[in-house]
Design a binder for this molecule. Sequence first.
Ligand SMILES: [Zn+2]
Length: 138
Amino acid sequence: MYKEYTILTHADYENGIKERKLLGLKCRACTRITCPPMPVCQWCGSRDLERTELSGEGELITFTVIRVPPEGFEAEVPYIPCLVRTKEGPSVVGRLDHDAERATQDLLGKPVKLNGSFTKGDKFSGGPHTCPVFGVRE
Ligand SMILES: [Zn+2]
């Protein structure tokens, strides 16, 4: 009999972000959280996963300010792609909602929280994609 392995698709993940929910998978084998979703636990490889919602809170690990945009993103510059380590453990890629002129190394390690989403596609990707947008918590 067919077994449903995909408890949380990438489309589900993106739809969650649009509702300001960071969705992931909780592993029944090792109890850790996988995010963004994938078919197996990112920590132990188990397929015994259940859907969960993360807090949306985390720590800013790194970022860069894009001033010379890739084709299709000319209207977006400057923008700040970032890597956030969530409170629950996994790291997710998103954008940082911050004044690019004031984005310095002092931001590294700051607490951040999911505060929106950004959806866009370009001619190189398979249609629009949604990524989380994080704001620095003061
Ligand atoms: Zn696991």
